[in-house]
Design a protein around this ligand. Structure first.
Ligand SMILES: C[S@@+](CC[C@H](N)C(=O)[O-])C[C@H]1O[C@@H](n2cnc3c(N)ncnc32)[C@H](O)[C@@H]1O
Length: 418
């Protein structure tokens, strides 16, 4: 089964629309989304690919307006794919996004962007299947490596032109990665990273006394005191032990990516077990750009909503199996699923952070300096934070010194005080 065109009700990619999209850093036409029919029994991979498809397409389209793009897949697979054309694999999704961006910019007369994919796969059988993708994308320069990702980091670096933008995906089956060895790749100045942090496996391994396991985890999260923090776990009010352990481990890996890669903004989005309200793995995203934060939150919200729908459909299917019924109307959403609850909680925290970060007059801060750290820390979308700021202004809690006539949300240049 193939791709799904996202039903966002928008028209096709006319030139004016594409140029508008380019200016706003968006994408020119409907997003290509993975097809759930290819993910039976591995719904968590659908959620991961939903995020990846939205994110890579938006990123590549934006970046390709001014730079060549190199996609690096450190653990590319194919792995448990069910589609006919690798459309349910990370590299299949990325290659499609590279092609679409290349075609879009060529149609706009903006030249021929060079698109490259560097795909690493250690397993010989999977590597052999990986070769099948190459003739399907003659418009993209694809180089494959049948090796251990960490070992080929110097070759990958050598294959990325200095002025190209690289997007690195690390999606291992496990967690044995020496982050010091990967650091030179992550710390390139024009680079972004998505790392699939196998939380459940890492959390479980962290309790094992085995010295080799402990050393491996230390190589993954060096100098973060992860072990001491787990041993003296502080569980804060309203948090379960599993959530506290996740907080410690996600914060450890985030600080490693921040420190070794030199990223000011590192964020996480959870991928849940298909039928349990617990994190299966965490997607860790690192960027140096405020636009990246904004795009990440948009993609995260769309993905969390899709995740809720998939989980609700699974529940319905389970119930139908049990009672021999068939729901002809799909799975209705109550609004109290994970995404709704999480977003409400994040919004309350973001509102509080916004109030706390606005300085007392006569001092003021530009809104463009205010929103990025808040959005990097809390799971709200930029438009929603802008509306919260407008509500706080209307209530008299904060004051904007430059608010324009009929404006709904603040511009970055507006000064704000309280
Ligand atoms: C979780 S799968 C990747 C799935 C793929 N990213 C996707 O979303 O479609 C991990 C892949 O990494 C490969 N692998 C495991 N260890 C590796 C290593 N050290 N270096 C490179 N590839 C490795 C496995 O054979 C497997 O195909």
């Amino acid at each position: 089964m193939g791709w799904h065109q996202a039903k966002d009700g928008r028209a096709g990619p006319g030139r004016a629309r594409m140029e508008r999209a380019a200016r706003s850093g968006g994408v020119p036409s409907s997003l290509m989304r993975p097809d759930i029919a290819n993910y039976g029994g591995r719904e968590q991979a659908y959620v991961k690919h939903h995020f990846l498809a939205d994110y890579v397409e938006k990123l590549v389209f934006k970046v390709a307006s001014h730079r060549d793009v190199v996609y690096v897949d450190g653990f590319s697979g194919p792995w448990k794919d069910q589609g006919e054309n690798f459309e349910d694999t990370s590299f299949g999704i990325a290659l499609e996004a590279l092609r679409r961006a290349k075609q879009a910019w060529a149609r706009l007369g903006r030249g021929d962007r060079k698109m490259t994919a560097l795909l690493v796969e250690k397993d010989p059988q999977a590597y052999e299947r990986l070769q099948e993708i190459i003739p399907r994308y003659p418009d993209i320069t694809i180089t494959t490596f049948n090796d251990d990702f960490v070992k080929v980091v110097p070759d990958l670096l050598a294959a990325i032109p200095d002025d190209a933008f690289s997007f690195v995906l690390m999606d291992p089956k496990g967690w044995k990665i020496d982050m010091h060895a990967v650091a030179p790749l992550l710390s390139r100045s024009n680079c972004e990273v998505v790392f699939n942090f196998m939380f459940t496996m890492i959390n479980w391994s962290a309790s094992m006394p085995n010295a080799a396991i402990q050393a491996g985890l230390e190589a993954l999260m060096p100098a973060t005191a992860w072990k001491a923090k787990l041993d003296d776990l502080e569980v804060v009010a309203g948090e379960t032990v599993a959530e506290a352990r996740k907080r410690v481990l996600v914060s450890a890996i985030s600080s490693v990516v921040e420190r070794l890669g030199g990223y000011p903004f590192v964020m996480e989005t959870p991928v849940l077990f298909p039928t349990k309200d617990r994190t299966f793995y965490s997607l860790i995203y690192a960027t140096r750009s405020t636009k990246g934060i904004e795009v990440f939150r948009d993609c995260q919200h769309a993905t969390l909503k899709a995740q809720d729908q998939v989980r609700a459909d699974l529940q319905t299917a389970k119930r139908d199996d049990l009672f021999g019924t068939a729901d002809m109307f799909g799975s209705p959403m109550t609004g109290n699923e994970f995404a709704g609850r999480w977003m409400a909680e994040q919004e309350a925290l973001a509102r509080e952070a916004l109030l706390n970060r606005v300085p007392i007059g006569p001092q003021s801060i530009a809104y463009g300096a205010l929103w990025p750290p808040i959005l990097a820390q809390y799971g709200v979308r930029k438009t929603r934070l802008g509306r919260i700021a407008a509500e706080l202004k209307d209530r008299g809690d904060i004051r904007f010194l430059d608010w324009g006539h009929r404006k709904q949300v603040p511009d970055d240049g507006y000064r704000v005080t309280r």
